[in-house]
Structure formats: C-alpha cells, structure tokens
Design a protein around this ligand. Structure first.
Ligand SMILES: [Zn+2]
Ligand SMILES: [Zn+2]
Length: 145
C-alpha cells in the first residue's frame, strides 16, 4: 500500500497502517498504544506525523464526529458513512446510501460543484438502546479511551 502511494516504507508507517487496520475508528492515543506494542520507542510526534502523511496520501481516512477526537480508519475510497452512538460513543461503518459520492442531493447547491456528502447517523447503539435486552450499565465498555 505504501509503495503504491509512492511513500517510503518505514517501520513507523507500516506499524501505524496495521494498527489502524486492526482498530478501525481508533483515536490517536489508541493508535499510539497499538504502535508501541510493535515499536516501543516510537514518539507521539512520529505517530502524529505518520497519521497525517498516510491521510494526505489517501491510505487512511480521518473522521471526527462532533464532540469526539479524530478517528482514523483504513477503509478508504468507498464513500461509506458512519453510525455514532450518542451514549457510549461507539462508531460503526455503514455503506454509502446510494453507492457513490456525493450520496445526497443538496436542497440548494448555491453554485458549488459538490463531490461529497459526509453523513453521520446519530442515535443509540444496540447496547445503549432502551429497547435492548442488554442493560447499558452492564454491557457498556467503561474504559474506552
Ligand atoms: Zn452505545
Ligand atoms: Zn468507517
């Protein structure tokens, strides 16, 4: 993937790519934690720099739901959208509503040529939903970042 994007293959880049691949929608701190399992001495700054380079090269996608830290994922280029839980903050992928960008038609383009609509569907995940058989207090993960 790195070579296709004409990026030099370095150990931090490989480690960050595979960490994001293994932990979709992880925030920077979680990615640093995962990278340090492979490269214990890597600095925060190095991981930040790699995340930016890989995102700029289109190998990673950065999303930032309202009230959340930036999250990264390796699933790029398919215009998928996200489901976000208002209660526990979990984020899940959902396919593009119509199959390709821009997905939604603006009520008024105001002359913009629109190529993308980024959608976040907000609500409660199955664990946090009051209708769910699983009670939120017992099923919710308390230790997420
Ligand atoms: Zn939830
Ligand atoms: Zn996603």
């Amino acid at each position: 993937m790195l070579r296709e994007a004409a990026l030099r293959v370095t150990r931090p880049r490989v480690a960050v790519l595979s960490a994001v691949h293994d932990h979709p929608h992880a925030d920077t701190e979680s990615i640093i934690g995962a990278v340090r399992e492979v490269l214990p001495k890597v600095s925060h700054q190095a991981v930040y720099d790699v995340l930016r380079a890989l995102t700029d090269a289109g190998l990673l996608r950065r999303i930032q739901p309202m009230g959340s830290l930036a999250r990264y994922e390796a699933r790029v280029g398919d215009n998928h959208h996200h489901l976000a839980c208002r209660s526990c903050g979990v984020i899940a992928d959902v396919d593009c509503a119509v199959g390709s960008a821009p997905c939604l038609t603006a009520s008024d383009t105001l002359g913009f040529s629109i190529d993308e609509a980024e959608v976040i569907y907000w609500g409660l995940c199955p664990n946090c939903s009051p209708d769910s058989p699983a009670a939120p207090e017992t099923s919710r993960e308390e230790s997420r970042d």
